[in-house]
Design a protein around this ligand. Structure first.
Ligand code: SIN
Ligand code: MN
Length: 280
């Protein structure tokens, strides 16, 4: 999939692009069918909501689940990113976020690149975030909210919040958010299962809790330009990957046909990938 000149300009201006229904219902079903078994596993990669057993985020499914491993190599997702960066990319982070009905908690206002720079020593914001909806995203189930144009401001001051939710995050203070919203407003792309968003790693974003009876399950993939690979391995490998091999795309029908892909963590995550590298 190639981006038009207008789409590249829009990405540069707003910091995101929205592709409603990019994946078909049959393709999405293949992925959604895997989620209950994924979330039922008792492993470090499943981070649960504070005070509940509901999974907030599942890490690195592409290392141990065949269907998500195929998604990680999907040309409709990878090709536009290679086009924007002008070089090959590797998978920096892979998450299946379940903002589950009634239990799904907030994600505070933040930029992803702040964490990648501070924790992982990623040199530049040359990593792209992708969100793929596995179910409908509507105004009630906690859509992702963006402040358009906020990516132009580079890395903003942030505080490490380890208390509000079950997942620590570098969050941006309310005064800054107020000012950013005055100039850029807030948008929340909503749409059917199979929709995809590409968003800049400096774009300020957040999401509300899900008080609706509908799950909001999104896959988030973060693909980094190979030359911009992380320099520090302070976080466990299942959160910030250390294999910088360029992604090789599968054919476009990979979600509905059989293809062989490696699943290196199929029989369990290696001990070394569960902890920071010594001396990092
Ligand atoms: C994120 O920002 O990493 C997740 C946000 C969400 O799932 O709504
Ligand atoms: Mn984020």
């Amino acid at each position: 999939m190639k981006l038009s000149k207008e789409q590249s300009e829009q990405f540069d201006r707003d910091g995101y692009l929205f592709f409603p229904s990019l994946f078909t219902p049959a393709e999405v079903k293949v992925l959604l069918n895997e989620v209950p078994a994924l979330y039922a596993q008792r492993r470090a990669e499943n981070v649960r909501e504070k005070g509940s057993d509901a999974v907030r985020t599942n890490f690195a499914a592409h290392m141990y689940n065949l269907q998500f491993a195929k998604l990680a190599r999907h040309p409709r997702m990878v090709e536009p990113i290679v086009q924007l960066f002008g070089e090959a990319v590797y998978m920096h982070q892979f998450k299946v976020n379940g903002k589950l009905a009634f239990d799904g908690d907030v994600w505070q206002w933040h930029q992803d690149y702040g964490t990648w720079k501070n924790d992982d020593q990623m040199p530049e914001p040359r990593a792209m975030n992708v969100a793929i909806f596995l179910g409908e995203v509507n105004e009630f189930n906690g859509p992702l909210m963006f402040i358009p144009g906020s990516h132009k401001l580079g890395v903003l001051d942030a505080q490490h919040d380890t208390a509000t939710t079950s997942y620590p995050l570098w969050t941006i203070n309310h005064d800054t958010i107020r000012k950013l919203v005055e100039r850029g407003g807030i948008v929340a792309p909503k749409g059917p299962a199979g929709s995809m968003i590409l968003f800049h790693s400096c774009l300020v974003h957040a999401s509300n809790c899900n008080l609706s009876p509908w799950d909001r399950i999104n896959v988030y993939l973060s693909l980094c330009a190979v030359s911009n690979h992380i320099r520090r391995f302070k976080r466990p490998e299942y959160i910030a990957h250390r294999d910088f091999t360029p992604i090789e795309c599968l054919p476009d029908d990979c979600l509905v046909k059989d293809y062989d892909v490696p699943l290196p963590w199929k029989d369990g995550t290696p001990e070394a990938a569960l902890k920071p590298l010594a001396a990092a």
